[in-house]
Design a protein around this ligand. Sequence first.
Ligand code: NAD
Ligand code: PRE
Length: 309
Amino acid sequence: MARSTPLGSGFARIAVIGLGLIGSSVALGVRRYLPDATVTGYDAAAGVRDAARDLALCHDLPDAMREAVADADLVVLCVPVGAMAAAAEAMAPHLAPHAIVTDVGSCKASVVEALAAALPAHAIVPAHPVAGTEQSGPAAGFATLFQHRWCILTPPEGTDPAAVARIAAFWEMLGAEVEVMAPDHHDRVLAITSHLPHLIAYTIVGTASDLEEVTQSEVIKYSAGGFRDFTRIAASDPTMWRDVFLANREAVLDMLQRFSEDLSALQRAIRWGKGDELFDLFTRTRAVRRSIVEQGQDDARPDFGRSHD
Ligand SMILES: NC(=O)c1ccc[n+]([C@@H]2O[C@H](COP(=O)([O-])OP(=O)(O)OC[C@H]3O[C@@H](n4cnc5c(N)ncnc54)[C@H](O)[C@@H]3O)[C@@H](O)[C@H]2O)c1
Ligand SMILES: O=C(O)C(=O)C[C@]1(C(=O)O)C=C[C@@H](O)C=C1
């Protein structure tokens, strides 16, 4: 279900909790695209708070969660999925009654549940900006990360439509295109488009580095083509991805089952010399790639989502 009219978000004071890749990009995006808003930041790690101060990511960066959220109209939770509950519980007693809470977690059903339990009296509009890189930490963020990328909102049933519209407008102001989806549906879609590809990348890089007859230096030396692309994905943050696989367990295991069956079919085709089967599959997958490129979703373009300007 697509949303249309962008509305003014009207958030004057925005708190960003968790100042890694996504939190720092949100803070920088707010400063660039919503210059009238004040951004306060907080991260549980003192070293990250210090780095974020050096980078001037926020207008204000206190050492306590309480101070970061106390005056906020909007709180954006940018912590790993497994830390959402703890972060929401920590801020709950200090939030203003009118504050709206959103998040950026890569899976939604478990986050929707955790936020609803921790913040029963607040409007919660969970979100997932489908934009990122393999980098993490406060220095990795950039204001344009969300430009022309999807942001999927998964509001629980009964959420005030006005709060959903304001969060949609907020992400649109950061440059994203907004869709609304049920949390379970989101988790199945992302299991195949994002989570399984990461699992495959982690596996293939792990398998290559375990091969006894191929040395580590050969893996590095000859990683010019396909393998190199997998190593980029497999460099993604271990905490973030551990949490994603544990939180989206059922959808990931279902997609993995289908993937294993398709892989076995491919194995059989190779063993029995069924060239036509291989050719037909590779023709179909080439068409998928071409339609992604035609829709302008090709992040292999050198400038795609990577400009730090
Ligand atoms: N990296 C991506 O490509 C990407 C894309 C879209 C969404 N996401 C989601 O965004 C979220 C953040 O990911 P990231 O890539 O920015 O990770 P990151 O590791 O760069 O940053 C996470 C930050 O959260 C802080 N943190 C952890 N627990 C905390 C707590 N209880 N209170 C305050 N701070 C806490 C950490 O110290 C860290 O600085 C995750 O939920 C992830 O699933 C990531
Ligand atoms: O471009 C990358 O490096 C990413 O992995 C980004 C990516 C993705 O899979 O597309 C990773 C996790 C997110 O939740 C959203 C985006």
